[in-house]
Design a protein around this ligand. Structure first.
Ligand SMILES: Cc1cc2nc3c(=O)[nH]c(=O)nc-3n(C[C@H](O)[C@H](O)[C@H](O)COP(=O)(O)O)c2cc1C
Length: 226
């Protein structure tokens, strides 16, 4: 398997590209993995989405290896897109550190939230995560004592405070020892979801009844025409 391209340029401007179909939603994937060279799962998941038309793939650790985040650039990217995705491995029941720093710096009071902060209002938000722990471990009676929905509550509420519509997360559980064919299946599901988000083919009502967007994909994604 080829190594993921860490130095490839980001596909900025998908949202404002002159050839962009204006009836499609623009998707911004904020990707955070501090050791992509060691990744087995995310490196495959991102290959299917990073060059999709209408999708801006933004590798935060590549852009900001020194954590020196360009806040105006990040806010501009958010403004330019309809759907905002946090994609990352689950680290200590949360995001990798750079994505937390990104939230602390970019989601400013008076811009993202507060009585004057309406920049993100009406956009769609979702998390796309991979967890070492298996699904059974993320139950009340399981090893991790809390469900993924509960553990993602701070991120969900951050998005809600910014008045975004929050979709259930895409979750690939059990990455430790995950077989290649299972990784490929998750990657296909993830690409299908991103394309459907872009093409407005997600059945929002069906999606909201799921704990994971990829739990029952056929009932959530409409195929073909819109
Ligand atoms: C610093 C660190 C913290 C982690 N914390 C968690 C965790 O809280 N829950 C969990 O299920 N897995 C945890 N893991 C496992 C990662 O989520 C897992 O290795 C990753 O999802 C695999 O994706 P990748 O192949 O793209 O690296 C952690 C891994 C590291 C390195």
């Amino acid at each position: 398997m080829p190594l993921p391209r860490r130095s490839a340029p980001c596909h900025f401007g998908a949202a404002t590209h002159p050839n962009r179909d204006p009836s499609l939603k623009s998707v911004l994937i904020l990707f955070a993995h501090p050791a992509l060279q060691k990744s087995r799962v995310n490196r495959v998941l991102i290959e299917g989405v990073r060059e999709l038309p209408g999708v801006t793939f933004h590798d935060l650790y590549e852009a900001y290896p020194d954590f020196d985040i360009d806040v105006p650039r990040e806010q501009g990217l958010l403004l330019d897109h309809d759907v905002i995705v946090f994609q990352h491995p689950f680290f200590w029941y949360s995001t990798p550190a750079l994505l937390k720093e990104w939230q602390d710096l970019v989601l400013q009071h008076g811009w993202a939230y507060g009585s004057e902060g309406k920049a993100l209002r009406g956009k769609t938000f979702l998390s796309a995560i991979t967890t070492g722990g298996r699904e059974v471990a993320y139950q009340r009676e399981g090893h991790n004592r809390f469900t993924i929905t509960e553990l993602l509550a701070p991120i969900e509420q951050t998005a809600r405070l910014c008045e975004m519509e929050v979709l259930p997360p895409f979750v690939a559980h059990g990455t430790l020892g995950m077989k290649d064919d299972e990784i490929a299946r998750h990657a296909a599901d993830w690409s299908r979801i991103v394309e459907a988000l872009r093409d407005e083919r997600i059945d929002l009502e069906a999606a909201r009844s799921q704990t994971r967007l990829n739990a029952s994909l056929d009932s959530v994604v409409r195929e073909g025409g819109r």
